[in-house]
Design a protein around this ligand. Structure first.
Ligand SMILES: [Zn+2]
Length: 294
């Protein structure tokens, strides 16, 4: 089976393209966060975008996409690395909205049309890179295309989609991203614009059984494309009980005493994967001991 995230170049290296089948990733996110239709689509599109952005960075580099709009879903945060691993959450997982006038999930209604897109990239350099642009549509693909064009000066096109079943399970999800290198010819740009205007929705192509590679061929033509890299993708969080214990140990000792005396236990829940970690009284006392020595 071909891998889910494919990166390629086309038209004499003047066009970069990546495509991802994020179906399993978004299924896992939907189950972890128990998201409803509009929240699933908003988070799922951003997860697919995180993987596409991640195709451009080294395996151990990391990036974060934050979409903070004024809609009922609240903010969406996705973190991805260059190896195909991604995690993320949406503030309000239980947003379900009537379909929009194109019979699609109303992502704009969930995200809102006012707010900011922030992208941070930690490429292992001295300082992480961070850029911002305003939300322009709330549909996410347009917002991130606008971000790439104005903040990173890379003219881009992007398609993102999530198909949600009536029982809230994810049928399929994915995306594609095209970036134009400055020396692309007018002819190439016109050809790409025509392709982008005519390509079926990503969820339609995935429903037809197309792989990420076939989606790239569908967009730009197999004869014009050279595949550079393929990666597997996964919804994966790097949190652990020990990680959150270190967080608890940074609390003031008096606060830890109050928790130990009044509750006798504690629970922390990871934002990114919704995993809960339970700490017994004995474990909290050990954490308090550690905090006391700081
Ligand atoms: Zn986690």
């Amino acid at each position: 089976m071909s891998k889910e995230l494919i990166k390629a170049i086309a038209f004499d290296n003047t066009i970069r393209i990546a495509a991802v089948d994020a179906t399993e990733v978004v299924r896992e996110a939907q189950r972890a966060h128990d998201t409803w239709q509009a929240s699933t689509a908003a988070l799922g599109r951003t997860l697919a975008a995180g993987l596409l952005f991640g195709s451009d960075i080294k395996d151990d580099a990391r990036l974060a996409i934050k979409i903070a709009g004024d809609g009922p879903a609240g903010k969406i945060v996705v973190m991805a690395d260059g190896s195909g691993e991604v995690k993320g959450y949406v503030d309000q997982p239980h947003i379900s909205l009537p379909e929009n006038d194109q019979n699609k999930i109303d992502v704009k209604g969930a995200v809102g049309t006012n707010g900011m897109v922030t992208v941070t990239k930690d490429l292992g350099l001295k300082e992480p890179f961070s850029g911002q642009s305003p939300i322009v549509s709330g549909e996410i693909a347009e917002d991130l295309t606008y971000y790439l064009t104005v903040s990173e000066q890379t003219p881009s096109a992007m398609g993102l989609g999530v198909l949600v079943n009536p029982d809230e399970s994810v049928e399929n999800a994915g995306g594609w991203m095209i970036q134009v290198i400055p020396d692309a010819s007018e002819e190439t740009i016109e050809q790409v614009e025509t392709a982008v205007a005519n390509v079926p929705a990503i969820t339609t192509m995935l429903s037809e059984g197309k792989t990420a590679t076939e989606i790239i061929f569908e967009l730009l033509g197999e004869e014009n494309v050279k595949i550079l890299d393929e990666r597997s993708v996964a919804f994966k969080c790097d949190c652990s009980k020990a990680h959150f214990a270190r967080g608890l140990a940074t609390l003031p000792v008096e606060d830890l005493d109050t928790i130990i005396e009044e509750d006798g236990e504690a629970e922390t829940v990871c934002h990114f994967c919704n995993q809960a970690y339970h700490y017994s009284k004995e474990e909290l006392e050990a954490i308090r001991e550690e905090a006391n020595h700081k």
